[in-house]
Design a protein around this ligand. Sequence first.
Ligand code: SAM
Length: 313
Amino acid sequence: MLTDSFGRTIDYLRVSVTTRCNLNCVYCGKPDCEKKEAELTLPQIETLVRAFARCGIRKVRITGGEPLVRADIAAITRAIAQTPGIETVALTTNGVLLAPLAKKLADAGLQSVNISLDSTDGSTYRHLTGADVLQRVLDGIAAAQDAGLSPIKINAVLMKGVNADGAGALIDLARRGPVDVRFIELMPFSDAGETDGLRVTSDELLRQFPFLTPLPEDANETAQYYTAPDFCGRVGFISPVSHKFCDRCNRVRLLANGSVRLCLAANETFDLLAYLQDEDALCAQIKRLILQKPAAHAFGRIKTEHGLSRTGG
Ligand code: SAM
């Protein structure tokens, strides 16, 4: 078991397999989004995930950048799923490339998927992402359902004056189908620009949709979930800025360049590539690093020097 110095069990690893992305979201992407930076190879991912699993990691989420731009994404998924000790393999994707891949990924061992979708309106979606591909994302959601991936969570970041007026239409997805729609508060990463005036808090949304009633809190979830009469899915709120949940944090992040970020908001990263030739030394270094995981995120107190595309959302 992997325990940090605050007694939290760390059993969840997010693996960013690339910093490349096929979208350029206004609060995340950068003009150099297409540029290829250092990327872990499949054998390197295998070694790292095996070591993390030996230390106590049980769940892996594959992310990026956009993970589905990697040609070997099915092989990566299969390798992670077959790692002794790994019980759950999940994916976070913008969904653009998901439709033709969903079945292949499910066959490779993928269990669940989070799909980022900030608007169901075509022109707002295009404005936010720089691409006219909303229908491909909707097809990706349908393909994920057909492939049996479960749960399917739709993640949306709302911004005042940009897409916040589409919250009701997003919530409607959870009414109509077996998907959880989750609103994630805009976080103040440097790549996101000025965020404080744009952020829509969970409390503001709950006032706007009073028909949502809370479900019992789940200690293993970062989201607080709500339901409503005749809803197939749930509506969730992830509020890292207005309601910190760091005391329940169980995760660390492996970046696409082979370094580790211990907290989403921390600027420091720690290289692991130097330990790849000796798995015992790699495990020892992972255990040492976990003890440096901070008690809580420092959003609002420090200026982050990165964005989520480089860290893995
Ligand atoms: N490309 C994949 C995707 O779109 O899901 C994975 C990476 S993306 C960085 C993961 C998530 O981070 C997306 O849902 C995106 O909306 C979210 N994100 C990026 N910047 C953010 C910010 N400043 N605040 C909150 N969420 C952010």
